[in-house]
Design a protein around this ligand. Structure first.
Ligand code: NAI
Length: 333
């Protein structure tokens, strides 16, 4: 099959070529999929897209006119796809439901540990010959209460790692995961989780119910000085409420791998042109904020699994008319 691959980075091309082994005709485009670039897919049977590609109604209409029959996502999340529009246009959508929950869970812990022990600041200090410790004070993670919002595949691994650290884990999820209960996590209401947690980490998908789950009201319910981590999707957090919480001291520190307006920022080098987003720029001014550019998934194991499942989705669709992991328009919860 001929596939137009959007938002291609060098590593995407490498892993997809390896997984395809010549079975498919892969056309790589660095451009994001938008209404303006969608016509690049003309002549292709499928498009392969990533998290910040636009798969709204307008793009789907252009893809449909261009003869595209399959949207193969290189991601687990599919909140950026208008599934109803795709269904109406007769376009199948496929995703990679699981690749490495460890990749994102371990990155979540990297954010927690770095923010707490300030190793990012210590690294710079020591390189400048500054060995003063003032300002680097952390706390023992052992014995702290950590709230995990969303205990699916990634949340479960986060719970496992946290219990290894000796944390008390509170969990919130409309679908309780018995494995987390067995590890000692206690399922509580969101209010109790907010009120009792020293660290809160978000591992839920972006859905209408979770959009701005962390807003000013939620921040007001949290323990003063809470550490908040988001490695799920940016729009689960209302960034302005986050900034207000940081300014007032209600929030003690923030670790983000995702940002609600990340589409125009992440996965590109803006070091020569500056940051066009004032809200994001404000976040960067806080010494107690640590941001990575959506790299939670970025491990060798995860990229291999993403490429292999993506190619398997395409091959199965070519053979049977339906991908291995179809996404349908039921709510993602
Ligand atoms: P999953 O589907 O296995 O688990 C999600 C869990 O969230 C489910 O148990 C679900 O019941 C729960 N949930 C749904 N609505 C909720 C709500 N209102 N409150 C609390 N929990 C709720 O998904 P998985 O694989 O664990 O991934 C979670 C999310 O992580 C993805 O949807 C994606 O947005 C994000 N992600 C981020 C990556 C990164 O690179 N930073 C990479 C991969 C995924």
């Amino acid at each position: 099959m001929r596939i137009a691959v959007f938002s291609t980075q060098p590593y995407d091309a490498k892993f997809l070529e390896q997984a395809s082994a010549g079975a498919h005709d892969l056309m790589f485009f660095g451009a994001r999929l938008t209404p303006e670039t969608a016509l690049l897919a003309a002549g292709s049977n499928a498009v392969c897209a990533f998290v910040n590609d636009d798969l709204g109604e307008k793009v789907i209409s252009v893809l449909s006119d261009a003869g595209v029959k399959l949207i193969a996502l290189r991601s687990a999340g599919f909140n950026h796809v208008d599934l109803l529009a795709a269904e109406a246009a007769g376009i199948c959508v496929a995703r990679v439901p699981a690749y490495s929950p460890h990749a994102v869970a371990e990155h979540t812990l990297a954010l927690i540990l770095t923010l707490n022990r300030k190793t990012h600041r210590a690294y710079n200090r020591v390189r400048e010959g500054n060995f003063a410790l003032d300002g680097l004070l952390g706390f023992d993670l052992h014995g702290k209460t950590v709230g995990v919002v969303g205990t699916g595949q990634i949340g479960e691994v986060v719970v496992r790692i946290l219990t290894g650290f000796g944390c008390h884990v509170l969990a919130h999820d409309p679908n309780e995961n018995p494995a987390c209960g067995a590890m000692g996590a206690r399922y509580v209401s969101l209010d109790e989780l907010f009120a009792s947690s020293d660290v809160i980490t978000l591992q839920c998908p972006l859905t209408p119910a979770t959009r701005h789950l962390i807003n000013a009201t939620a921040v007001a319910r949290m323990k003063r000085g809470v550490m908040l981590i988001n490695t799920s999707r940016g729009a689960v957090v209302d960034t302005r409420a986050l900034i207000d919480g940081l300014k007032s001291g209600a929030i003690g520190s923030v670790g983000l791998d995702v940002y609600e307006e990340e589409a125009d920022l992440f996965f590109q080098d803006l070091s020569g042109s500056g940051i066009p987003d004032d809200v994001f720029a404000r976040l960067l001014t806080f010494p107690n904020v640590l941001i990575t550019g959506h790299q939670g998934f970025f491990t060798e194991e995860a990229l291999t699994a993403i490429a292999e499942t993506t190619i398997a989705n395409i091959s199965t669709f070519e053979r049977d008319g339906t991908p291995l992991h179809p996404v349908r328009s039921a709510p993602d919860a």
